[in-house]
Ligand binder design. Sequence first.
Ligand SMILES: [Zn+2]
Length: 356
Amino acid sequence: MNDWKNQTWFGRDVAAGTYLNTELEITESYSGRNITIPIRVIRGAEPGATLFVTGALHGDELNGTGAIRSLISDPQWGPARGNLIMIPVLNVLGFERHSRYLPDRRDLNRCFPGHAGGSMATRMARVIFDSIVSRCDYGIDLHTAAVRRTNYPNARADFNEPECLRLATAFGAGVILDNRGPKGSFRREATTAGCPTIVVEGGEVWKVEPSVLECMSRGIVNVLKELDMLDGDPEVPENQVKLRTTKWVRAERGGFMEMHVSPGSTVVAGQPLATNSSLIQEDHNRLEAPFDGIVIGMTTLPAVQPGEPVIHLGRLSSSKTVRRVRRQSQADDIQRTTQEHLSTNIQVTPPGESRS
Ligand SMILES: [Zn+2]
């Protein structure tokens, strides 16, 4: 039965106004056991939209897992209207090995919408698509930076899709980025299939960082409000930054990097970003901002070779915008705290005099 009062999710009946902890069979292990994804389905008492929220599609990216677990730790919590499908770990096989990838080294986030007769990864993608995406109206997919990098929390969406832009805006990260995602990625293929989906990036792999968790939790609640699944208006920072262009500033020389900026820092063109030198402090080489911008990601590994990415910079339109964005992020408690916390993971020094 699939009227509002009684629906079947993953083979189980779930009445309106109740929740279900269940599992979706996704594949079988080498020893022939079922591999399943744990899922909580929370049903509002009244009809409304159906939203999925996924963490750890890359199995080592755990901030989203932390945010989802924190919200569902209260069994009373959930939408007043609509259905919420909470999936703390989508890529259970990667998660079991603390790895981004599947055991066959494929990236599950390049295998959507999948294929029932294909590789292990594409078969899993197909099950996820058929069982979850096909029944949802919207989606939020939570990620972190890749290994040895960190990200200032930002939502990524295809700005040409009004519903994606709407979700990204409502999520309430200080920075949103126009990016539809690579071919085969979950958000791009889900959006193409009629389920507008955004990605949120924040922090590092292998951790639950409290300030990133706060940002992601607020964002999920904000989207529920935007979709009228919860009462109230989303808390969105004033002067949210919309980025259309980003660039990785890369190391010119090998050596040890000292950073002059941290995630969320705003910079003007020509401002020093980082200085690298030999281990005995010779051959200094300074990297400068190629344009006015905001640091949305950076390496956490200070040792670099020429060409390696150091600072991921989003382009802002002018130095006036830089000042406005700086004021905006300082005025929002969650963003200010996140910026402070993320900067303590990296040695940040003043640039001093140019020594190159
Ligand atoms: Zn990821």
